[in-house]
Design a protein around this ligand. Structure first.
Ligand code: GLV
Ligand code: MN
Ligand code: MN
Ligand code: MN
Length: 414
């Protein structure tokens, strides 16, 4: 590698400008972003991103699930490209960094190579994966899951949001149902830059997290069926209250996770009372459960314990509790050679770094099942994410993007 390549640095101000320019698509009054997958705001950021990629000389194509691929030619076009990127969608009350840092960081890598006139041996390909977040359509990371063959494309296209709109209809509505068959854009490997979404790097004063593991995830849809009755005239012992049942179940789930911890977390993130009314005892509640652990046995223990708890509580309270597992994602062990490449890049650039397990789910976790994949983390303020207060510093974002740049160069060859 020449000295010019070894010393190459991305343009921190340009990256920062892009992050703030795109944060206007779906900007919320509290300084966050609401950009649900395949919404009009998602279309706006996708259009911006497509143009930025084309302006950088990339050839953009889109697959049948709306994932966007932006290709930069290499010297040897017989080689599969090195993939880099993340996602552009956000949570309903998300921040400016979750997802888009990895996508704009990838764009910044290309812009930097263009400015320096550097051609890589293998081509490079930026990806924006459709629906990483999973808050409008389940499961999370659905497009990369279909890409690796965990779900069929037809299955994913027929998934519905809360209003009954399918993924297929939502893609057509924003004009992002592409012609590329899912899974046909091949890669030699994939590197994803992301904020940590947890407190470890900041607490330890580390600039870079070299991600070697990712937590497994189990998702469930739950339904409690009790009995609606009068809030004034029904004596307490005679009630079959769905909300009290969920309350007891939620507190029991907390105890289960604590007992299996520290390597186990469980969350009830959605709960909807049917026909809510101030003076009606809740008779039906639909809810979700999200369980995670980096350890496969712990996840199975969580599963068994929560089902046993549901059985006991339903008997005691004379209600039905239905628990349906809708998604199983085993823990990820990222590719050791790619993890080493990230670590080497962080070390060569002189950044304080440590190995870390991802608490969040990422498209790179799916991709790792069929190709070498790895991730670069940077700290976020107070470890806060999936919140409008999510924040990260310009210099940490630039450091992560420099690590992405040099990891990708080492994989593609210069
Ligand atoms: C989505 O961001 C997830 O990690 O579940
Ligand atoms: Mn993300
Ligand atoms: Mn997220
Ligand atoms: Mn995620």
């Amino acid at each position: 590698m020449s000295r010019a390549v070894t010393n190459l640095q991305i343009d921190s101000a340009r990256l920062w400008d892009s992050i703030h320019e795109t944060a206007k698509f779906g900007a919320t009054p509290k300084g966050g972003v609401r950009r649900l997958t395949l919404s009009q705001e998602d279309k706006q950021v996708r259009d911006w991103f497509r143009k930025a990629c084309e302006d950088a000389g990339l050839e953009v194509h889109i697959d049948a699930l709306g994932s966007m691929f932006a290709l930069r030619k290499g010297r040897d076009m017989s080689k599969p490209p090195v993939g880099l990127g993340s996602h552009l969608d956000t949570q309903p009350t998300g921040g400016k960094f979750d997802g888009i840092l990895g996508t704009l960081g990838a764009l910044e890598v290309i812009r930097t190579l263009n400015d320096a006139g550097i051609e890589t041996d293998a081509p490079l390909c930026i990806v924006n994966w459709t629906n990483e977040e999973g808050s409008r359509f389940a499961p999370a990371m659905m497009a990369s899951a279909a890409y690796v063959g965990d779900f069929t494309v037809e299955d994913i296209l027929s998934r519905k949001d809360a209003s009954g709109t399918t993924v297929g209809a939502a893609l057509d509505e924003i004009g992002y149902r592409g012609a590329t068959a899912v899974g046909t854009q091949k890669f030699s490997g994939f590197v994803e830059l992301h904020i940590e979404q947890g407190p470890i790097l900041e607490a330890e004063n580390k600039t870079i997290g070299v991600v070697d593991h990712g937590q497994g995830v189990f998702w469930y849809d739950g339904k409690i069926t009790g009995f609606e009755s009068h809030a004034g005239s029904t004596p307490m012992p005679l009630r079959r209250d769905a909300l009290l049942t969920l309350s007891e179940f939620a507190l029991t789930l907390e105890q289960i996770a604590l007992k299996l911890g520290p390597n186990a977390v469980a969350t009830i993130g959605e709960a909807v009372i049917a026909n809510p009314s101030r003076n009606v005892i809740p008779g039906e509640i639909a809810f979700t459960i999200d369980c995670r652990s980096a350890n496969a046995d712990t996840l199975e223990a969580l599963d068994a314990s929560l089902r046993a708890a549901a059985g006991e509580i339903s008997k005691k309270r004379r209600v039905e509790i239905a628990i349906d597992q809708v998604w199983r994602k085993p823990p990820t062990h990222f590719d050791p050679k790619l993890v080493d490449a990230v670590e080497r890049a962080a070390g060569t650039l002189g950044y304080a770094h440590r190995r870390i397990t991802s608490g969040a789910g990422h498209d790179a976790c799916n991709l790792n099942t069929i190709m070498p994949a790895a991730m670069v983390f940077v700290p976020c303020k107070d470890g806060i994410s999936h919140n409008e207060l999510e924040d990260a510093t310009q210099s940490d974002c630039a450091a992560g993007t420099n690590v992405l740049l040099h990891t990708v160069l080492s994989l593609a060859g210069v």
